[in-house]
Design a protein around this ligand. Structure first.
Ligand code: ADP
Length: 499
């Protein structure tokens, strides 16, 4: 397949954006990288190059951090009255909404995801997140406290922005992940250096244009496309950055923590997962079959909360696997910009290699392929939705995050919730889990026993700007969304006044 087929589906706005320059956004201006370097962006359905993007490195990070520092210390941002900050964030949300179709097409082209999902989930989610966080601007308050010290006192706390924050985001939901980061940071009054993933920098560059159009003061949000090991590493290590927020792999999360140690910048991390889907024998199969299928196949399985381990009671195991196999066979895999597509390609050749490598390793260790298992075609990064059976926890496919449309199905023959939970929890990750049963007593008892930041009952992959999200164990530090996200971007100051 040639990339021209995909490009022909772009509307005028997205096509004109693609043909424009793709630069860094520093201190309110679009500029080339100091080094003059660029990197290539590939379209995942064809594997062909569609854009050249300025590649930030340490020198550009330095300029951006300085701009963010000025905007924070001297500039209007941290001193702006909260309602004015909210107005600007809402203006950005309106602009994203006004340009939703174009942004959805850019996201689909860059990431490969179905344009219909991009519009609803990625772009719609971004608008919702920005509006929710705009509402926090006027709700961030300290408290008054009565101490037990003899005398007359006035004691209170102030909630102040952390300062300059570095934000490094991944390629699976590029714009939405950027909004999860910039929304609460802006609401708290921080200034930002944002780095999109090198696989998918385009929507963040378009967002930078909308930030300029919204008239945020220069330096408040700087957008620096660049490679992880150069631009990303420079942000994580920079002594002028007060906090780094990262979403990505657990492996890189550990590098961020090490790099952040230099100035002990605050760190929040949203990392990998290996989420179990636990199905009890009394389940409603009409809901569980599409539920388990969606849990793993949505976004081609490139979701940190993907339901990648299917644990079903042996009474329903065969029927469930058969049902999910049926769904997998009928899913329309195709080019993201085709409105009929339900699953796009994987994001990159690296990801294709990784996913097919895991499937092969699983088979070598004794897993059986119930459906799928192969790359589709020769062009682009397509892989079949795959179900592996005869898997067990000693296999790499069961232990490690594959980040593709591959589910490992395992039956259990047990009624003891502690033992079932122990199996579900037998992973170094703890991001999410879903429990499928008609018995709400069982569901809530299991919810308590699961060691994960999000537990879903008779659903999977549900998020909302008001509901905290993050990981136990090696799935991360801190919680995004809800009021917890504001806490990530504020410091508490205690003031004692002797009267
Ligand atoms: P994946 O393995 O799924 O591609 P990564 O964790 O590598 O995910 O990437 C997530 C984000 O982290 C991307 O923006 C990437 O550029 C960035 N990144 C990768 N390596 C580093 C690093 N050493 N330091 C800082 N950021 C990095």
């Amino acid at each position: 397949m040639d990339v021209s087929t995909t490009l022909a589906r772009l509307g005028n706005a997205a096509a004109s954006f693609l043909n424009g320059k793709h630069q860094l956004f520093i201190d309110g201006k679009f500029v080339d990288a100091k080094s003059g370097k660029t990197f290539d962006v590939f379209e995942p359905a064809s594997g062909q190059m569609v854009a050249k993007v300025a590649a930030a490195d340490a020198a550009d990070v330095d300029l951006a951090v300085n701009a963010a520092r000025r905007a924070f210390e001297e500039g209007p941002w941290s001193k702006m009255i909260p309602s004015q900050r909210a107005k600007l964030i809402n203006k950005l949300a309106d602009l994203v909404e006004d340009n939703a179709e174009e942004l959805a097409q850019i996201e689909s082209l860059d990431n490969g995801k179905p344009v219909t999902f991009a519009r609803m989930i990625d772009i719609g989610g971004t608008v919702d997140m920005l509006r929710y966080m705009a509402g926090w601007c006027q709700r961030i308050n300290g408290e008054t406290i009565t101490p037990s010290i003899p005398g007359d006192w006035h004691v209170y706390t102030l909630r102040e922005p952390v300062g300059v924050v570095g934000q490094i985001v991944p390629w699976n939901f590029p714009l939405a992940m950027a909004s999860w980061k910039i929304g609460p940071a802006l609401a708290a009054g921080c200034t930002i250096v944002l780095k999109p993933a090198e696989q998918t920098p385009l929507s963040a560059i378009r967002l930078a244009q909308l930030i300029a159009e919204a008239e945020f003061p220069p330096g408040v949000i700087n957008v620096l496309p660049g490679l992880g090991e150069t631009a990303g590493a420079a942000i994580a290590a920079h002594p002028g950055v007060d906090k780094v927020a990262f979403t990505g792999s657990t492996e890189v999360g550990k590098l961020i923590v090490r790099a952040a140690a230099g100035n002990l910048k605050k760190v929040s991390l949203e990392l990998g997962g290996k989420s179990p889907v636990v199905v009890f024998p009394d389940v409603d199969m009409q809901a569980a079959i599409p539920g388990a299928a969606n849990a793993i196949f949505f976004n081609t399985g490139q979701v940190c909360t993907a339901g990648s381990r299917l644990y079903a009671h042996k009474k329903v195991f065969d029927q469930l696997v058969e049902g999910v196999v049926g769904v997998a066979k009928n899913i329309k895999v195709g080019v993201g910009l085709d409105p009929a597509t339900q699953i796009g390609p994987l994001v990159s050749d690296e990801q294709l290699f990784r996913v097919t490598g895991y499937i092969a390793a699983g088979q070598k260790e004794g897993a059986k392929v119930a459906v799928g298992g192969k790359r589709i075609g020769e062009d682009g990064y397509f892989v079949q939705p795959t179900i592996l059976t005869d898997t067990n926890p000693s296999m790499s496919v069961v232990r490690e995050e594959i980040f593709g449309p591959v589910i490992c199905a395992m039956p259990f023959d047990d009624n003891d919730l502690d033992r079932i939970a122990r199996e579900a929890n037998a992973t170094s990750y703890g991001l999410a889990a879903s429990i499928w049963t008609s018995n709400f007593g069982v569901a809530h008892k299991m919810a308590k026993r699961i060691k994960a930041g999000s537990v879903w009952i008779n659903t999977h992959n549900m998020v909302d700007p008001a509901v905290p999200f993050g990981g136990y164990k090696q799935s991360g530090w801190g919680r995004e969304m809800g009021h917890q996200a504001i806490e990530l971007y504020t410091e508490t100051k205690s003031v004692f006044a002797s009267l």
